[in-house]
Design a protein around this ligand. Structure first.
Ligand code: F6R
Length: 613
């Protein structure tokens, strides 16, 4: 986690660094700091807590004329979230300063060696060893000292280094942690991801693993960390604009992103499906009818919400394309004795494209010969660069830590991919594919039409139940993963304990939890398991549990079961239900978290992009 920024150019540096850090705060927010050179000396301001505290501490320095500096927002891995452990970290002389995202795995042994050589440490962080290593190797040539220091370091890093005695240069480097460089007129930027650069430039260079960059006001030079050989790479233009990354009048990013789902879903299917002809176009997946027919299995690999998208897609792929699908938690997959070979297609699913476990699983599957097609939202992220092909979700930047629009756009991409596989494998009639495409195309307007009503009902339900201490979410078939996702949304932003369960499993244990204080959220569309769901909910009712039901408009069975009802439209095809049932569950979680006074966009202990194990 952690976000890093760097700037060299002609603007006053403090406002530039603060603006960059604000858009990276979702990556970590337990402490923050910046450093800049002034008259040959290094200035450094750090603060424990949210960025706003650092901002206050920097008030008196805002007008400094300095035009170079680096900054950091932290999510602690080594060392408590204190001011002393906040980045930037310096060497003994206090002139070399480093910000870092990642983990230096051999920091303890490096620290012992450096201490034996006389270096004095002032934090508990792994990062500080980097500042002292650079100091050890520095002989007038900063890039060379950084290069040598990084050869001693094992682990992952994205970093920026500044030396107060050479203030016309910044050095950046990356290995297994994200880093992007921004290119401007007479200025250059370093950031952990693109939104931090968008207020300043849309021209970016993605640093690759084991590369470093030297930035000055006129150019950016890239080189290999291993041997210093020069790397040539042109900048790329990104299409997101800064406004897309702002809150646009909503109280929270999460709410804005919930409301953006019609657009995100549309952006994901636009240009890829053709309702008239039933054509599906996903050339980026690199699949052909021949390769699709030869597949023996599909592995969907992900964490958290993205894993729930995978669980949902399993129903579609198996039923339509007739291929066995395994949905793997990446953190488990990577430590198993894997049965993977070149007849298996592996699909890592990741919003950020940087999740460490998903990336590690991708690499293992790739080594074992599997073809890798990623489903990803972030352009140029590591997962997209290591996969053989990527189906981008085009949801736009997702800033709220709780994933919302990324989830429904992942569902969209997976739905289309499942249809493509069915078409190539000739397992669905062309007419059926056309109908499924026509159904998907209507989803954005269906959500747009109903979202305000769902939101109003969610507010009422939140006001009734926000003080509950536990929730149970039930669903069957396609709505089982949606129940898991509903429970995850609630627990991560409201800190209420919530469990998602397959409704049929309730009688095997969780039914013991039911009493008159437990709200049970049940998703009950009129699909082929409707009757079974109704029986499960009756079981809850007869034990005096509180029922919150999501079901179809006009369903009298449901209105007799409970007054806590969210009505959804009947869709032409029950396979589409996950797209709409998800949304009221997001809104209920949001409204409950709000009623409890929680920090919706930055829940405690979490970070948006989990780039460590
Ligand atoms: C929950 C949430 C997380 C992520 C998970 C994977 O709301 O956001 O569970 O889904 O950390 O992240 P990505 O999709 O970036 O790999």
């Amino acid at each position: 986690m952690c976000g890093i920024v760097g700037y060299i150019g002609s603007r006053r540096v403090i406002p530039v660094l603060l603006q960059g850090l604000k858009s990276l705060e979702y990556r970590g927010y337990d402490s923050a700091g910046v450093a800049w050179p002034e008259k040959g000396e290094l200035k450094r301001v750090r603060a424990k807590g949210k960025l706003s505290i650092l901002e206050d501490a920097l008030e008196e320095f805002r007008a400094t004329a300095t035009t170079v500096g680096i900054g950091h927002t932290r999510w602690a891995t080594h060392g408590e979230p204190t001011r002393e452990n906040a980045h930037p970290h310096t060497d003994c002389s206090g002139s070399i300063v480093v910000v870092h995202n990642g983990i230096i795995e051999n920091y303890a042994s490096l620290k012992r060696e450096l201490e034996a050589q006389g270096h004095r440490f002032s934090s508990d962080t792994d990062t500080e060893v980097l500042a002292h290593l650079v100091e050890k190797y520095l002989d007038g040539d900063l890039p060379e000292a950084v290069r040598r220091a990084l050869q001693d370091a094992e682990g992952s890093f994205a970093l920026a280094v500044l030396w107060a005695r050479e203030p016309d240069m910044l050095v950046a480097a990356r290995k297994q942690s994200p880093l992007v460089l921004g290119v401007g007129e007479g200025e250059a930027f370093i950031a952990s991801d693109i939104p931090a650069l968008l207020p300043f430039t849309r021209d970016v260079i993605f640093l690759e693993d084991d590369e470093m960059a030297i930035l000055d006001r006129s150019a950016i030079h890239l080189m290999k960390i291993t041997d210093g050989t020069r790397v040539n790479r042109e900048s790329e233009r990104v299409t997101w604009d800064a406004a897309m990354a702002e809150k646009a009048g909503y109280k929270h990013f999460m709410l804005k992103e919930i409301y953006e789902q019609p657009q995100a879903i549309l952006n994901t299917f636009r240009g890829r499906i053709e309702p008239e002809t039933g054509e599906i176009s996903l050339p980026e997946a690199g699949l052909t009818p021949e390769t699709a027919k030869k597949l023996t299995r599909i592995v969907l690999l992900a964490c958290g919400t993205s894993w729930h998208a995978g669980l949902t897609a399993k129903y579609w792929i198996e039923s339509w394309a007739r291929i066995p699908v395994e949905v793997e938690l990446a953190s488990e997959f990577r430590y198993r004795d894997l049965l993977i070979d070149d007849s298996i297609l592996t699909i890592p699913i990741s919003q950020s494209g940087e999740t460490a476990d998903t990336l590690a699983g991708l690499r293992l599957a790739k080594e074992l010969g599997s073809r890798i097609i990623a489903i990803c939202n972030v352009l140029g992220s590591t997962i997209t660069r290591e996969a053989h092909g990527t189906v981008y979700t085009h949801a736009g930047p997702e800033i709220g830590v709780a994933s919302t629009k990324a989830f429904t756009s992942q569902l969209t991409a997976l739905y289309i991919l499942a249809l493509l596989l069915s078409s190539f494998r000739e397992t669905l009639e062309h007419e059926t594919i056309k109908q499924k495409i026509a159904g998907l195309i209507k989803i954005p307007e269906t959500i747009l039409y109903h979202i305000e009503t769902w939101h109003d009902t969610s507010k009422k339900l939140a006001s009734r139940f926000y003080e509950a201490t536990d929730f149970l979410y039930l669903g069957r078939h396609l709505n089982f993963p949606i129940a898991l996702e509903g429970a995850l949304k609630l627990k991560e932003i409201s800190y209420i304990h919530a469990e998602g369960y397959a409704a049929g499993e309730m009688k095997h244990g969780p039914i013991a939890l039911i009493d008159r204080t437990l709200p049970v959220v049940a998703t009950i569309p009129r699909d082929h398991v409707y009757e079974k769901m109704i029986s499960n909910v009756e079981e809850v009712k007869s034990r005096r549990g509180i029922i919150i039901a999501l079901g179809e408009e006009g369903d009298e069975n449901l209105s007799q079961l409970t007054e806590n009802l969210i009505e959804l439209p009947r869709l032409p095809d029950p396979d589409l239900n996950p797209f709409i049932y998800t949304i009221p569950l997001q809104l209920i979680a949001y409204e409950i978290a709000l009623a409890r006074g929680c920090d919706v966009d930055q829940p405690r202990n979490l970070a948006k992009s989990v780039t460590v194990e």
